[in-house]
Design a binder for this molecule. Sequence first.
Ligand code: ADP
Ligand code: MG
Length: 330
Amino acid sequence: MSNILISVKNLTKQYQAEQAGGIRNVSFDIKKGDVVAIIGESGSGKSTLLKSIYGLLKTDEGEIYFEDKRVKGPDEQLIPGHKQMKMVTQDFSLNIYAKVYDNIASQLSNTDLKTKAEKTLAIMEHLRILPLQNKKIIELSGGEQQRVAIAKAMVSDTQVLLLDEPFSQVDALLKNQLRADIKRIAAETGVTVILVSHDPADGLFLADQLLILRNGELLQTGKPAEIYQQPKHIYTAQILGNAVVLARDEAEKIGLKAQKDFVVFYPEWAEIINNWSSRRYEVKDVYYKGFYEELLLERNGVNVRALQLNRAEHQKNDHVQLNISRYLEF
Ligand code: ADP
Ligand code: MG
């Protein structure tokens, strides 16, 4: 038995003929129970892809399969959307004057009230919102509301949770917690999660599978660490790790031999070494990044960036030596 839950095959959706926008010829598989993160800039087609998977959009070409059955489009059924999937959008769609408990329980039928109560309480426990059950939605913080929205989406035996920019409304501290929550909930309940984000940090942290979208095209998919280490496109290295990109002649000016047109490396692949004899790079600027700093360095008119973990060890106008241990060519 295959553990592929969703299969997207050659999917194309253009909003207007002969115009950019939408997605083009996208294919990939999703394994049951995985957390899948779709990363791309605003307008790259993330929401279009998510809505297509859910069956909300009439696509131009290609199909989506859920457990080997084709997902129907909005023109093929009375109520658009797939029964085993639920989508949580940025507006949460909660009844803000109703209680947390009632918002969630409203998804279940009244034919078996005992089961209804049990399921509602169980999902609230998973989302750690049990203590909030009698509060109204308007009394909750943004992060709490988001948990309620996820609980509401998951309570009715949902197999696939679709999250569109789930972290965009919350502050940095809460973001970390919600990311960890989503990973934990997926592991505990076996639900498959597909989330889209413009912030690569969201995907790298939690995903089993990462997809990089650019201008409606799927550039690469795979495990986050694999994509990060072996990006197939310069763009991917830039969006995931703010990579340094040098043309071949620039690379040669700092002593890197290249066969192809471009040399690409992440700042952490450039190690600053304290070698007094050959300090060839000048520190042009220092960017504070919290527990580390990024140095902007210059040699022979070429700018590169490197990480400095010991804060303030080197400062503007200092001279340092670099060991670029690894670089990619494109
Ligand atoms: P993302 O979610 O990555 O920001 P979208 O999937 O919303 O991107 O949009 C992808 C592209 O399709 C954008 O260029 C957008 O302008 C266009 N687009 C999205 N929805 C519509 C629509 N309903 N009509 C026309 N163009 C649209
Ligand atoms: Mg979007």
